[in-house]
Design a protein around this ligand. Structure first.
Ligand code: THU
Length: 143
C-alpha cells in the first residue's frame, strides 16, 4: 500500500477519536506484512491515565486478531476537524516501546502526516535509537 493510501486510512480512523478532554484527535493505520490494514483512534478517559493512543489502539486490534508483523504505520493528529492538520503528531514514548515489541526497528516505517501529501517518514530506529526489545532478553542476564 502506498504511503498516501495508508494516510487515508489513518484519516478514517481519526473520525472515531474520543478526545473530550484534550480535544486532540488522532488517527492511525497500521499495515501488516501481508497487506491488511488496522485502523485506530485515541480513546480518552475521565480518569486520564487509562487513555489509549491511536497507534496502540491500531496495534492492539491487529495483535488481538493474531497479526504480529508489520511494515508501516501512518499517524495524523491535531485539534483541527477534518483531514488536514497543522502539526505532525509523532508517537509518544509508550507507543514507540509497543512498536519495539512487534516491529523491526530498521525496516518499520512511521509515517507522520499533516495530510495525504504532507508527511514525514521515519524508521522506528530513528525514533527509538538503542531501544529495548525482545532481542535484548535473548542474551540472558549477566547478574
Ligand atoms: N495521542 C495519540 O493518540 N497519539 C500520539 O502519538 C500522541 C498523543 C493522544 C493521547 C491523548 O488522547 C491526546 O493525544 C493528547 O495527548
Amino acid at each position: 500500500m502506498t504511503e498516501r493510501e495508508l494516510i487515508e486510512q489513518a484519516i478514517k480512523g481519526r473520525m472515531y477519536s474520543y478526545a473530550p478532554y484534550s480535544g486532540f484527535r488522532v488517527g492511525a493505520a497500521i499495515e501488516t506484512k501481508e497487506g491488511e490494514v488496522y485502523t485506530g483512534c485515541n480513546i480518552e478517559n475521565a480518569a486520564y491515565g487509562p487513555t489509549n493512543c491511536a497507534e496502540r489502539t491500531a496495534i492492539f486490534k491487529a495483535v488481538s486478531e493474531g497479526k504480529r508483523s508489520f511494515s508501516q504505520i501512518a499517524i495524523i493528529g491535531g485539534k483541527e476537524a477534518g483531514s488536514i492538520v497543522t502539526g505532525y503528531a509523532t508517537p509518544c514514548g509508550v507507543c514507540r516501546q509497543v512498536m519495539m515489541e512487534f516491529c523491526d526497528p530498521g525496516d518499520f516505517k512511521i509515517i507522520v502526516a499533516k495530510s495525504v501529501d504532507d508527511y514525514i517518514v521515519y524508521t522506528l530506529k530513528q525514533l527509538m535509537p538503542e531501544g529495548f526489545g525482545p532481542n535484548n532478553l535473548e542474551g540472558g542476564c549477566d547478574l
